[in-house]
Design a protein around this ligand. Structure first.
Ligand SMILES: Cc1cc2nc3c(=O)[nH]c(=O)nc-3n(C[C@H](O)[C@H](O)[C@H](O)COP(=O)(O)O)c2cc1C
Ligand code: SF4
Ligand code: SF4
Length: 294
């Protein structure tokens, strides 16, 4: 296993940070690694490799639709090995646990062999903001989590989850999100703060935005990755419905890492207390047992 392709999709940048950390680590270990981002302009992957590591954020307890498109466009795999790492805000809770299944099935249909699946947690960019102290705990622990995953991968450890039927059902039902986000994306509008800079068009990896008379126009291909909404320099964009899905204080993972990180040590008791809320219960095991397992 020498040639490794890391392929990632990201909206707000969290999955990219993870893909790059994994890439750098594998390069240090002398693997031949290349990194590709899934986007409307990169839906066909030509380079052959011994291992594909696919990384994507969970959207509605599943992979975003563009990830499915990328897998469907793959050439026949001849049993090429695949590892899938999903990134979520909530961790391996009931509605997330089956979030990699549809991608696994698509790979298998194309004659790839998914031997490994795992998950990592990043701060939330949707609906409920992760409190800063938990965001810091997640980011502090990330290198350690990545080391554990890399160790598994280079040792070709088999790790497949068989989620309970209830998780599978929820994940299937949540596929309806794919239509919902297209509708939601179509309702995004620019207000008077828009200066026509065109950055949103460049940011959108789904090709959902085109500039028209210096105003962004939204098509019906959105996966509601939220990138344009958070990273418009003038904060000029908003969906017309379900506005509460966008975090009031914005989201910028890179600036959080640059400006908000502290050296903090949380005891297991602290973690228990900080993750008491139902929203963060999926972070508890992840943060508590980090030294023992991923
Ligand atoms: C439309 C949408 C749906 C999401 N659905 C889920 C979900 O079902 N479960 C979850 O834990 N996180 C969910 N999230 C949160 C993201 O998976 C999480 O914040 C991730 O770190 C974002 O990664 P990115 O920065 O690479 O885009 C969702 C985010 C968006 C924008
Ligand atoms: S990034 Fe913001 S300011 Fe620039 S064109 Fe898009 S909406 Fe307008
Ligand atoms: S239009 Fe905005 S929210 Fe929708 S996919 Fe493009 S960047 Fe993401």
């Amino acid at each position: 296993m020498n040639k490794i392709k890391i392929i990632f999709y990201t909206g707000t940048g969290g999955s990219k940070i993870i893909a790059e950390l994994i890439k750098n680590k594998l390069i240090d270990m002398n693997y031949d690694v290349f990194l590709e981002k899934i986007s409307k302009n990169n839906l066909v992957s030509q380079k052959s490799c011994d291992l594909i590591i696919l990384i994507f954020p969970l959207h509605g307890a599943n992979a975003p639709e563009i990830v499915y498109k990328w897998i469907k466009n793959l050439p026949k795999g001849n049993k090429t090995k695949v590892a899938i790492i999903s990134i979520s805000a909530g961790g391996e809770v009931i509605f997330n646990r089956a979030g990699r299944l549809s991608s696994i099935k698509l790979f298998e249909r194309q004659d790839y062999k998914v031997f490994y699946e795992n998950s990592l947690i990043m701060p939330s960019n949707f609906l409920i903001p992760t409190p800063d102290y938990l965001s810091r705990a997640l980011l502090n622990i990330l290198p350690e989590k990545i080391d554990l995953i890399i160790d598994d991968l280079v040792n070709e450890k088999i790790r497949k989850i068989n989620p309970p039927i209830i998780d599978k059902c929820i994940s299937k039902v949540f596929e309806i999100e794919k239509i919902g986000v297209k509708i939601l994306g179509k309702t995004i509008k620019a207000n008077e703060n828009c200066n026509g800079c065109g950055l949103c068009e460049k940011i959108c990896s789904c090709g959902n935005i085109s500039m028209n008379n210096k105003k962004p126009k939204f098509k019906f291909m959105c996966n509601f990755c939220t990138a344009c909404l958070y990273y418009c320099p003038n904060k000029a964009l908003q969906p017309s419905i379900f506005k509460m899905t966008i975090l009031k204080n914005g989201y910028d993972i890179n600036s959080f890492i640059k400006n908000n990180m502290k050296d903090e040590n949380f005891s297991d008791e602290d973690i228990m207390e900080l993750t008491e809320s139902i929203y963060w219960s999926g972070l508890r095991d992840y943060l508590l047992y980090s030294n023992k397992k991923v």
